[in-house]
Ligand binder design. Sequence first.
Ligand SMILES: [Zn+2]
Length: 387
Amino acid sequence: MTKQIQFFDTTLRDGEQTIGVNFSIEEKVEIAKQLEAWGVDCIEAGFPVASEGDFEAVSAVAAAVKHTCVTGLARARKGDIDACVKATAQAAHKQIHVFIATSPVHRESKLHMTKEQVLESITDSVTYAHQFFDIVEFSPEDATRTEHDYLCTAIQTAIDAGASVINIPDTVGYTNPAEFAELFQYMQKHIPSFDDVTFSVHCHDDLGMAVANSLASIENGATRIEGTINGIGERAGNAALEEVAAALYVRKDYYNAEDNIDLKETKMTSDMISNYANMPVPRNKAVVGANAFAHESGIHQDGMLKNPNTYEILTPETVGANKTTLPLGKLSGSHAVMAKLHAMGFKVDREEMKEIFPIFKDKADHTSIVSEDDLREIMKQIKKVVA
Ligand SMILES: [Zn+2]
């Protein structure tokens, strides 16, 4: 039977926890709209109680997005949940994401709570959240380092209190695909209501296995994948959602899964995040790297000319990497601007760029993305018409 996989994007929350990354509210709204165009099912727009800025960003995204579900993050506390209720008030579709740590090291060193106290907190917070949200997602933080039997008890407690999505976070990027698969098989056996709820995963990439772990969970009962674009996030980052989407597409024969992602929007989405986060995508990065579709060796080039199937499992067209989609902003160089102008039909040379580029820079300093309209305006200023 074909599975339906939901994509849950946390680029605006976990992604923004990347050191040095700070999206403005305007950028967050633009990113959310692009994520909606890409086809994600749920956007985690922030952690409303954390700061005024986060609260405003979640509110702005909730108001801007039309079809995609919007969620805020909340600790298992009334104040956090109340902030999420207010911040998502304008969303057409919404849910809440409540979490509390369940592993021994988090219980003892961070929360100073006993197992029983954590269970009580789960019941109280999920019950409270369920009064305001039809969909309550619950995460036992550091799930992969939690005693398996206690993890199952905690999850069943959340389901009994009204949670309908259970997210299994590999918070510290500790697990591996085989072990993660075993954990899912264990949960299937030991959580009486396993089949009544949606299982989600949130994998970190500390050992480079976030995408592999996410895919292993799909084979073992998870139907929602959390992650970020370009894999940005806390420490080594999260599962790169574009890689999960590409794997499900290329290996449909194996995963037998459907999703709502419009792969053609992938490159555009990746470029936007890279630009706003000021984090260049490594050239050899899977799916969206500049070299992902470049063939260097003579033998490979010869094979490609004879039959692209020899060395290509995914075409650049499929992920929208065939056209220049690089958004122009304050970090763009003169060469990129010139290439864009050429694509728009302006025949400008390097000499003319010396006049154009400073005007572009000035514009880019005042706006997050310089649009084609802005470029036309600049060209009008210097009285250059389309050739
Ligand atoms: Zn995380």
